[in-house]
Ligand binder design. Sequence first.
Ligand code: AMP
Ligand code: MG
Length: 364
Amino acid sequence: METKIDVITETRIVAIGKSDPPGSIDRKLTLAGGIIRQGGLVAFPTETVYGLGGDALNSESSRKIYAAKGRPCDNPLIVHIADMTHLDRIVSGIPPKAQKLAKAFWPGPLTLIFRKSEVVPYQTTGGLDTVAVRMPSHPIANLFIRKAGGYVAAPSANLSGKPSPTLARHVVQDMMGRIDMIIDAEGVEIGLESTIVDVTGDIPVILRPGYITQRMLSGVVGETDMDVTIYDGQSTQAPRAPGMKYRHYAPRGELVIVEGEPQNVVRYINEQTALREAGGARTGVIGTQEVLSQYQASSVKNAGRRRDASMVARQLYTFLREFDDEDIAYIYAESFADSFDDSGFGQAVMNRLLKAAGHRVIHV
Ligand code: AMP
Ligand code: MG
């Protein structure tokens, strides 16, 4: 079904600063929550990326979210809650392993898939009998969700096909005139979407890697599986969630991931960028700090230290948006495979980078 875009002329931008008095924050979020209760849409910061929120229990709100994003309506939304006691109402049973994971990682960047209860409309779950639930740790998100009535359906606040927004200005670029309010605040620290784990079966299955790694999950519940479609672009297995089949953001330029010994990677990338630039094209590089000064591309982005994937995670979507703005035709990224990275977060970075690169990887 084609989703109709609702025309809203005025999008209010409400900035909330760290030094705002609590009374003023409370007033702003009461206003924002009121918009959700009345069926409107508000973009809000979380610790992962900005979310585009609507009332999760109102099917018309969910329809509006799909319309504002231009997103296919069988790609399910995540329901955000602010309190563990609110979970019961929207799920039909909490399996013991889900209970343990929630206790260990909520509030935080972990989304759990449960069987849904009757109050959750199919418009929110993309037609599925399961519902994705997360409790964000961002304090503004938490208070906003409470003010909104406790259940906020929110995908990332970008237009479908664009990278998830990690700065308020990304949300402004994509959502002005399409939603009622944008809450602009700091604290979007992680920069990649939440880890998604299906807890409806005996063994929890990771559907999307994120800041909460497989090692962290297994440390709490023992055995966990990783959905095969996560890394393998050629996989013929049907994805578990409809959303996983959709093409994710790719920059306008051609993005290639280059893997190998650091000096070989630098040499290869410099050869390629020199060739492309000689042909009149602008080139870009996402490189680690250790070798950054050796690159000669038009636009060189600093991914931080090789052994710490958190910086590239925070910046990746900003880099991809900037390459488009800078008219970069060819982009080369170093690999951030987890073997380099102490945090284990490199897996999530690689997952998003592989999607953006259409799984083009060169070994040198
Ligand atoms: P986002 O792309 O950050 O808006 O998150 C939404 C994603 O969560 C979807 O694209 C799905 O991959 C996943 N998701 C949401 N609900 C479900 C569900 N019931 N079952 C499986 N995956 C889900
Ligand atoms: Mg998204």
